[in-house]
Design a protein around this ligand. Structure first.
Ligand SMILES: [Zn+2]
Length: 199
């Protein structure tokens, strides 16, 4: 669970060790908690190029994967204006460019990439073969969703992305902030209703 402004970070220990998002990198808590695996992380997957999700990439010597549409914002360190928002910048190289439908095999588990623009143009959700939806800032528990008022944000696209998520199968919602919950589809329905009403 992320602390302060850190995003949630999810560590998958399988044949490959994969870390989904890395927080701001500005707090010691993530580094401390991930210390036992720090040298063993093979791949970082960033759900999108905001500072509070990619800032910690620099703490790890691992390949970095991000959707092709968010790669240049991450590499340049512009991060859709979130560098200014947090008063800090971080850039990292995109080693793997993700696209809709890509599947990342970690060993026992596989993660399918669903492109869900709206919060940022290259936001992705990852659907695991065991029924997890790693949703970044596209969808949160409690029926809320990511902001669209930052550069690159688009509310209509977010609505379409949330609607597309209804076609995916998942039980556990693992969002970029806030709690992980079961019965994820109910949280998706609630977010869709709220977003439709706000348009
Ligand atoms: Zn974000």
């Amino acid at each position: 669970m992320g602390r302060g402004y850190d995003s949630n970070c999810y560590l998958i220990v399988d044949e490959k060790t994969v870390l989904i998002d890395t927080g701001t990198g500005a707090t010691d808590s993530l580094r401390e908690r991930l210390k036992p695996w720090a040298g063993e992380i093979d791949l970082i997957i960033n759900t999108h190029a905001h500072f509070d999700h990619v800032g910690g990439n620099r703490l790890f010597d691992a390949e970095v994967a991000i959707h092709v549409d968010d790669a240049s914002e991450m590499e340049s360190g512009r991060l859709y204006g979130t560098s200014e928002l947090f008063g800090e910048s971080a850039s990292s190289k995109a080693d793997v460019l993700l696209r809709e439908g890509d599947v990342i095999e970690t060993g026992e588990l596989s993660l399918e990439v669903v492109h869900t623009p709206g919060h940022t143009p290259g936001s992705v959700c990852l659907v695991s073969s065991r029924g997890h939806l790693f949703s970044g800032d596209t969808l949160f528990s409690g029926g809320s969703f990511g902001r669209t008022d930052l550069p690159g944000g688009n509310t209509e696209e977010l609505l379409m992305s949330l609607e597309r998520l209804k076609n995916t199968r998942f039980e556990y919602l693992m969002p970029g902030h806030m709690d992980c919950v079961k019965e994820g589809m109910k949280h998706l329905e609630a977010a869709l209703e709220l977003l439709r009403r706000s348009l």
